[in-house]
Design a protein around this ligand. Structure first.
Ligand code: PMP
Ligand code: GLU
Length: 400
């Protein structure tokens, strides 16, 4: 019998990050002591003043009705102000902002609004797992330009230029990057912008969701460069920097034509984001930034801890991530080896081996466009990181 499902969903891959997290959760529920380093999710609690704002919003009783589709005006104004003051995106106004149900939703909205069938989207690879699937769902064709460990996983402007065709519609990257933790410098973004500006009608989707977890100093936004505001959709959200993954608040800042289209799209799919979550987000963006800064300090400490632990594991090759909370080491040294009845031929096999033997869950690099690597999230306690690396070292050492 033919499936009742659409080709659209049948052709779609499941999110590998969420699938691995689900598997780890199931094993934990069976009583197995899994250390989960698979999901890119802060282990910190949402700061207290943000929690309080949500409680106050409930008590005030003013936010139970349908919110405006693109978000409350004061939240959009606060976001625009932040983008002007912190990111130097001088053109940003409330009318350019659309608040959505997480940055994932913002990205989906954006591609729904800009892609026609067959349009190409150039993705800086390694890339976050959902980009390619969302692009394909919207009729687009993902085109990967690949960074390698040797150049800190950063594909160059020259590679971008070489990948441009008459069908190119958009370019997407995350910086700081999920899965590599790499950060584009101002100079690198200027070079990218110069290529994009040569190609009429091509836009950049700049995913800056990890901007508050950046160990290089300050985040640089490509939309702040001359001539780039009209060509950039800046994506950001509250999940990472404010430890608010479950609140589901993200946003775009886009040229008016795009922000209006996204509002129309969202008006047909979801309507505006949850009122209470928006009030919490406002407290996040307009309130005390101390807790976010403190989290970033802790992530840096863990980055350094992990660097030492990983360098102590023979066969693991890693660069030094400059932001986000991931390592993305090359693990090819273990391919072609076996132990405990497991044959390891690729990064998928290695992740399964480590899950079964070390009880540590990671995500295979193949989900991010690099099948010689694995992604390790270090958004976990120092004790868990130390124990996980000890187990990994032992299990990897047994492969022969
Ligand atoms: N972009 C990147 C690079 C991410 O890692 C994530 C993580 N979920 C998202 C977007 C989406 O974030 P959210 O939907 O939780 O706002
Ligand atoms: N972005 C996080 C990750 O990459 C959360 C999971 C997801 O949304 O895919 O693990």
């Amino acid at each position: 019998m033919n499936s009742i499902l659409s080709d659209r969903v049948l052709q779609m891959e499941e999110s590998a990050t969420l699938a691995m997290a689900k598997k780890a959760r199931e094993l934990k529920a069976q009583g197995i002591d899994i250390i989960s380093l698979s999901l890119g999710e802060p282990d910190f609690k949402t700061p207290k003043h943000i929690q309080q704002a949500a409680k106050d919003a409930i008590d005030e009783g003013k936010y139970f009705a349908y919110p405006p589709v693109s978000g409350y005006q004061d939240l959009r104004e606060a976001i625009a102000k932040k983008l002007r003051e912190e990111n130097n995106i001088q053109e940003a106004k409330a009318e350019h902002i659309v608040v959505s149900v997480g940055a994932k939703h913002s990205i989906a909205n954006t591609f729904m609004c800009i892609l026609n069938e067959g349009d190409e989207v150039i993705i800086f690879s390694p890339y976050w797992v959902s980009y390619a699937e969302i692009i394909k769902l919207c009729g687009g064709v993902p085109v990967l330009i690949e960074g390698t460990l040797e150049n800190n996983f950063k594909a160059s402007a020259a590679q971008l230029e070489a990948a441009m065709t008459s069908k190119t519609k958009a370019v997407i990257y995350s910086s700081p990057c999920n899965p590599t933790g790499s950060v584009f410098s101002q100079q690198e973004l200027e070079a990218i912008a110069n290529v994009v500006k040569k190609h009429e009608g091509v836009v950049v989707i700049a995913d800056e969701i990890y901007e508050l977890i950046n160990f290089t100093g300050k985040n640089f936004s490509i939309a702040s460069l001359p001539g780039m505001f009209e060509r950039t959709i800046t994506v950001n959200g509250f999940s990472k920097g404010y430890a608010m993954t479950g609140w589901r608040v993200g946003y775009i800042c886009a040229p008016l034509e795009v922000s209006k289209a996204v509002e129309k799209m969202q008006g047909q799919f979801t309507s505006g984001n949850t009122g209470i979550a928006q009030r919490a987000a406002l407290a996040g963006i307009a309130g005390d930034q101390g807790p976010s800064q403190e989290m970033a300090v802790q992530y840096l400490k863990r980055r350094d801890l992990m660097l030492g632990l990983l360098r102590d594991i023979p066969g693991i090759k890693t660069h030094v991530p400059e932001g986000a909370f991931y390592f993305f080491p090359d693990v090819t040294a273990f391919f072609g080896k076996s132990a405990h009845g497991h044959q390891v031929s690729n990064a998928d096999d290695l992740c399964m081996y480590l899950l079964a033997i070390a009880n540590v869950s990671l995500v295979t690099g193949s989900a991010f466009g690099a099948d010689n690597c694995v992604r390790i999230s270090y958004a976990a306690s120092e004790a868990d990181l130390i124990e996980a690396m000890k187990r990994m070292k032992k299990a990897l050492g047994e492969l022969a």
